[in-house]
Design a protein around this ligand. Structure first.
Ligand SMILES: *Cc1c(COP(=O)(O)O)cnc(C)c1O
Length: 352
């Protein structure tokens, strides 16, 4: 704390990202990255773009927005892009939530939401998930200032069917409802299909998980043109060029290579079900996952100890010391080979 800090700097409690180890040989199953590299078309596109780095990028990222719009069967004026979906979310808090009007999100959820709320001075209420970690829809009705929630939820991995999302939209007319779909490609249908019916729905997405581009930092939002225009106003009052040339061309190439995306996503889904079976045989209790991670606990060993034992043996997973979920580990779905190693090590640790 410094006396030179602004009030905003003093009140903020920054988000703590998962460990990013520089060690090679570490098996990284702690931040839900894709275990597979991006499409070779992404590499080509980025290499080609390098020769144009002396020029500013497009402030409106038209090529990338067109590729996303075509993928989603929407028009470009329904698409906003920024530097990671974290930036999209920050802009959304500024564009649609007001200081003095209470917003709501689940008590167990993406831990960046309270960080933004505090930063921007937006009061919030945490709506408790039910005992089985599903959403309590009634708790999200008639909010004063708006709603934000991930679907599938993080870190539980549980997917809320669109009927529930529709109820929340119906019960909050005139307030923006943000559905953070970071993991939707590993789950059921997207709320993006409801945009034509609801002008207060904003869907946010990322290329960090299903498109293997966590290192490129590209996120996007889908919604009615009025909402997109609001986001553009905030972005242009902050930084006109939040996405550089390499990000724009690389991400565009990723959206254009649908076959590669499908193939990698299918591999992750197959490994997810295989790994859940094997963890179940080791005695783990696993929540039903619609994401690229498994949220699980073992009745025979505390999660914190399991986390440390794994780390000592070169495997990183995520543990949250938070109420209701401190018994759980979040394990990213890696390659089959990585998951074999994880299961082998867990076998040893639990036998000791
Ligand atoms: C990973 C994640 C994000 C952030 O994605 P980036 O595009 O990498 O910033 C947003 N929301 C949830 C729920 C996530 O899990």
């Amino acid at each position: 704390m410094s006396r030179l800090w602004s009030e905003m700097t003093r009140r903020t409690e920054p988000y703590v990202p998962g460990e990013q180890s520089g060690h090679t040989g570490i098996i990284k199953l702690n931040t839900n990255e894709n275990p597979y590299p991006p499409s070779p078309k992404v590499t080509e596109a980025i290499q080609e773009e390098v020769s144009r780095l002396h020029l500013y990028p497009s402030p409106t990222a038209d090529g990338l927005r067109r590729a996303i719009a075509e993928t989603e069967d929407l028009t470009e004026d329904h698409v906003f892009v920024a530097n990671g979906s974290d930036e999209v979310l920050a802009f959304s808090f500024m564009a649609f939530f007001d200081p003095g009007r209470l917003i709501r999100f689940p008590d167990i959820t993406y831990s960046f939401y309270p960080v933004y709320a505090k930063l921007f001075g937006i009061p919030y209420k945490e709506v408790p998930l039910r005992d089985d970690f599903t959403l309590d829809i009634a708790g999200f009705e008639q909010s004063e200032g708006g709603i934000i929630l991930p679907n599938p939820n993080a870190p539980t991995g549980i997917y809320e069917p669109l009927d529930g999302i529709r109820k929340i939209l119906e019960a909050n007319p005139g307030r923006v409802v943000i559905i953070d779909e970071a993991y939707i490609d590993f789950a059921g249908p997207s709320a993006a299909g409801l945009i034509s019916e609801y002008d207060h729905l904003l869907v946010t997405r990322t290329t960090s998980k299903s498109r293997s581009l966590a290192g490129l930092r590209v996120g996007y939002a889908l919604g009615r043109p009025e909402l997109i225009e609001g986001l553009v106003r905030i972005k242009d009052s902050f930084n006109s060029y939040t996405l550089d040339r390499l990000s724009q061309s690389g991400a565009e190439a990723a959206f254009r290579d649908a076959a590669y995306f499908r193939e990698m996503t299918d591999k992750v889904l197959l490994t997810r079900s295989r790994s859940a079976d094997r963890l179940g045989k080791l005695g783990f209790r696993i929540l039903p996952s619609s994401a690229n991670f498994l949220f699980c606990r073992h009745p025979g060993m505390a999660a914190e100890q399991l986390y440390s034992e794994l780390k000592e043996r070169g495997i990183l997973v995520r543990h949250f010391s938070r109420p209701r979920i401190s018994d759980y580990l979040r394990i990213t779905v890696g390659t089959d080979g990585q998951m074999d190693q994880l299961i082998g090590v867990l076998h040893e640790v639990l036998a000791e």
